[in-house]
Ligand binder design. Structure first.
Ligand code: MG
Length: 197
């Protein structure tokens, strides 16, 4: 559809953000579930880190358009595969989570790149070791397809972990740690971007 200016009508960012949140929720993934992974990844290195900091970090990552788009694409494909609406042979490949497919990992990996090397290595770790809710998603139960969702959750968790690691350094340099700040005082966005991209 074309707009008055001859360009395409754009979907409002709020609608995309809401759709991405809703998609996760509908697939049974909660912010808390992802934050638990972040906590497990970062707690050993961050004195005073609380779940509330991890939740804030996950929410912040979910505000990124890049991540919202990845979530929408991946989850849509999982759902379509579940409903057997894809064409052969893609239907079978996604339905069976074919080991050599790799496009699911690539979408997850693509979405972590803006968060820098800690996000990339954490994503690799989560992809291999299937921590928390990722493990649950990876274990196939009755007709559900989570071929993309496990990688997307790993991606969000990896980005949120990287944010915390960078915030920790800033706190340390200011003579503080996570004990000294509440969740709503967690990293201003510019910090992460300034240090990791
Ligand atoms: Mg996968």
């Amino acid at each position: 559809m074309k707009g008055m200016d001859g360009g395409n009508f754009r979907v409002h960012s709020d609608e995309v953000a809401k759709a991405a949140h809703d998609a996760l929720e509908k697939r049974g993934v909660t912010i808390e579930g992802i934050a638990e992974i972040v906590f497990e990844m970062q707690e050993p290195y961050n004195e005073g880190l609380k779940m509330s900091h991890c939740i804030e970090s996950v929410e912040s990552v979910l505000k990124k358009r890049e991540m919202q788009h990845a979530l929408l694409v991946g989850i849509e494909l999982d759902v379509l595969a579940e409903q057997e609406k894809l064409s052969r042979p893609l239907q079978q490949i996604i339905d069976t989570d074919e080991g050599l497919f790799g496009v699911d990992e690539m979408i997850g990996l693509g979405a972590v790149l803006t968060y820098g090397s800690i996000a990339v290595t954490t994503f690799g770790h989560l992809d291999k070791n299937k921590v928390g809710v990722i493990k649950k998603l990876d274990t196939k139960t009755g007709g559900q397809v989570h071929t993309f969702l496990d990688d997307l959750v790993a991606s969000v968790a990896a980005c949120a972990s990287a944010r915390i690691a960078h915030r920790q350094r800033d706190l340390e340099e200011a003579g503080k740690d996570f004990k000294d700040i509440t969740a709503d005082q967690t990293a201003p966005e510019t910090h992460v971007e300034g240090t990791t991209t």
